[in-house]
Write a protein that binds this ligand. Structure first.
Ligand SMILES: *[C@@H]1O[C@H](CO)[C@@H](O)[C@H](O)[C@H]1NC(C)=O
Ligand SMILES: *[C@@H]1O[C@H](CO)[C@@H](O)[C@H](O)[C@H]1NC(C)=O
Ligand SMILES: *[C@@H]1O[C@H](CO)[C@@H](O)[C@H](O)[C@H]1NC(C)=O
Length: 226
């Protein structure tokens, strides 16, 4: 009885860890002018994108200096925007992007658009391995890994930069599209796993750039109790 209660409590705790966000919902809005940057960030935990809109849903947002007909269409949205933003940002502490990643094809010509992203910060472990390194992910006894996001590439000029020639750090928009699936297949459901940050595992998304692997994961108690 005691052990049943205990594991029920642990399960509950695990469920809470996954569903409770560290903070309230955050909202970032970036008006669609070439070069404008959207910055998402978490002081604690990692980013989980809840919703994203590229288009226009009201007349007021990003309306300064516009003419009425440019903000009249309030039912404009680019399909798939949330998936693009999730793929780039879920599981990171900081994520920067601009509207180039969702701009075409234009969902409503003549309308001034914006990118609006709602996200929360959720608890997760993070691990970074520079190209040519291994890293072990592990959970406590009885728990298993659930990968939240994984990125092999380069997103800033500082991570894994020690002693590297500057030209190898310049490309900060480099991402191997299969990284999440690859790490998920290697690690999900295991108590521990070793990941290798290398082109042989992830392919080479940007030759000449020195890359790194960033993984965010949570530890869960498996649903079926022993
Ligand atoms: C973001 O949240 C706000 C406030 O809850 C809501 O009005 C808005 O529609 C949400 N944005 C998206 C893109 O869903
Ligand atoms: C990575 O894959 C896992 C498992 O399929 C999924 O839950 C998660 O949303 C994915 N993350 C990203 C950033 O696509
Ligand atoms: C790693 O996980 C395996 C099972 O997935 C387990 O047998 C092994 O004891 C774990 N190693 C450590 C050091 O926890």
């Amino acid at each position: 009885m005691l052990s049943f209660t205990l594991s029920a409590v642990l399960l509950l705790a695990a469920a809470c860890l996954l569903t409770t966000s560290v903070g309230s919902i955050e909202k970032a809005v970036t008006c669609d002018f070439i070069g404008n940057v959207q910055h998402l960030g978490c002081d604690k935990g990692v980013i989980r994108v809840e919703a994203a809109l590229y288009g226009r849903a009201d007349r007021n947002t990003c309306s300064a200096g516009t003419r009425p007909f440019q903000v009249a269409n309030t039912r404009c949205s680019q399909g798939g925007t949330v998936d693009v933003v999730r793929r780039r940002c879920n599981g990171k502490k900081v994520c920067e992007l601009n509207t180039n990643v969702v701009r075409s094809p234009d969902p409503c010509r003549g309308t001034i658009k914006y990118l609006e992203t709602n996200y929360t910060c959720v608890p997760a472990f993070r691990a970074i391995a520079c190209e040519g390194s291994f890293r072990r992910l592990f959970c406590g006894e009885g728990q298993v890994i659930s990968v939240f996001g994984a990125f092999y590439g380069r997103h800033d000029q500082t991570t894994c930069s020690f002693g590297r020639p500057p030209r190898q750090l310049l490309n900060v928009d480099c991402l191997s599209l299969n990284s999440n699936t690859t790490v998920t297949n290697l690690c999900n459901g295991k108590n521990n796993c070793t990941v290798s940050a290398s082109n042989s595992v992830f392919g080479d998304p940007c030759g000449g750039t020195y890359k790194y692997l960033e993984v965010a994961y949570v530890c869960e108690f498996p649903l079926e109790s022993p």
